[in-house]
Write a protein that binds this ligand. Structure first.
Ligand SMILES: [Zn+2]
Length: 389
């Protein structure tokens, strides 16, 4: 095997290769540079590498790197993109890895390019020619914006393995569940007119009042019906985020828009929630003589849950000496679960530093993460028991 660069050299190269993904086109960049670095290093270690451009987005791509064969095995997964950055709030160059106070600073150090460098550095000491089940390194595109990379993998039905770990920053705590996210917009079109005579128009703000009342009743119903003690906020939430409508007090409001999000618990279906909300609207349309539409602002992310009894959850609880818990952020976990893999989220660095100026990974996260990776590769790929094949 040809030799790999040092851990810090790999991390610096990944950080120095911009791969911002953003729903604003002015920020959005290709992730090709990061994929090529990983492909190069993984190939040098004997992995078969497959670069998969996303449908209709040739400069965005996933990488599936596989070594070994079998129906079981392990996926170690991460996203290659980062969020945008506030240049004037960084104390150092976000694209230059800098070590200060036992921390590694740079955009993507903890979220989550650093994870790939740690994985590669761990594997260098392991004899991968002896694998009994496959080890797959998965690197995805656009997790921070659309999750289109993970969605494309579900479409393609790949990769397949028995277990998966996503190395998002969880301060080395195993995560077995998170809520889903959907973001929706209600648009009401009425009819404007002079305010002196209500009969001259159909007021979209009046109609929005009815919509919001119905949604609040619906929200209360969800809270009554669904509880999950695994979460700090143990019920599904709905937040009214913004409202825009009308122009002048002496005009009947002709148009009004409301944007809201819903964070569903595991076991709830985003699609059902959407349909139930849709079904509330026709009665209000009739009463108010308006037209009411419901639109997705973004494609939804399903809730994520892996059974706490799953072998990989138990194994990671032992390796970290920490009990599995839940988080308030969303990941690609539900998509990997849809592919049939028992998935958990566990990685170095803290989510408190992610998406912030001066993002860092503390150096003390590295060795314990390597211990987890080594333990999982041994358990599921090198010496798998019959139950784990
Ligand atoms: Zn992330």
């Amino acid at each position: 095997m040809s030799s790999l660069p040092s851990l810090l050299s790999m991390m610096s190269q990944l950080i120095a290769t911009p791969s911002i993904s953003c729903s604003q086109a002015s920020w959005d960049q290709s992730n090709k540079g990061v994929i090529l670095l990983l492909e190069n290093w993984l190939s040098s270690q004997g992995f078969q590498c497959e670069v998969m451009p996303l449908p209709g987005q040739p400069d965005k791509m996933n990488l599936i790197a596989t070594i070994g064969q079998g129906a079981g095995g392990l996926v170690l997964s991460g996203h290659t993109d980062t969020v945008p950055y506030d240049d004037d709030r960084w104390q150092s160059d976000p694209f230059k890895l800098e070590e200060r106070d036992n921390k590694l600073y740079g955009l993507g150090t903890c979220d989550m390019k650093g994870f790939f460098a740690i994985v590669l550095d761990t594997l260098r000491d392991m004899d991968l020619s002896k694998l009994k089940q496959p080890l797959i390194i998965l690197a995805t595109a656009d997790e921070e914006s659309s999750m289109d990379g993970a969605r494309a993998l579900v479409e393609a039905g790949r990769p397949k393995a028995r277990y998966a770990l996503i190395g998002e920053p969880t301060s080395l705590t195993p995560i077995h569940a998170h809520k889903g996210i959907m973001m929706e917009k209600v648009r009401i079109t009425g009819k404007a007119g002079h305010s002196s005579n209500p009969g001259l128009g159909n007021n979209a703000l009046d109609a929005m009042h009815s919509v919001m009342s119905e949604l609040m009743v619906y929200r209360h119903g969800l809270k009554e019906k669904y509880r999950d003690a695994n979460f700090v906020i143990d019920y599904p939430t709905m937040n009214f985020g913004c409202i825009h409508g009308g122009d002048n007090p002496n005009r009947i409001c002709g148009r009004c828009e409301l944007e809201f999000d819903i964070r569903a618990l595991p076991g709830m279906s985003n699609e059902s929630l959407y349909q139930e909300i849709r079904n509330l609207l026709p009665a209000i349309e009739r009463q108010t003589n308006t037209q009411i539409e419901l639109h997705h602002l973004f494609a939804d992310v399903p809730s994520f849950s892996t059974a706490k009894e799953s072998d990989i959850i138990k194994a990671c609880e032992r390796l970290t000496q920490k009990e599995a818990t839940t988080v308030a952020f969303a990941t690609e976990g539900p998509f990997l679960n849809q592919l049939g893999m028992e998935t958990l989220i566990l990685g170095p660095g803290s989510i408190d530093q992610a998406h912030q100026p001066n993002e860092f990974m503390a150096l003390d996260q590295i060795v314990p993460m390597q211990h987890v990776i080594k333990g999982l590769v041994e358990r599921y790929c090198l010496t798998p028991s019959t139950e784990n094949k």
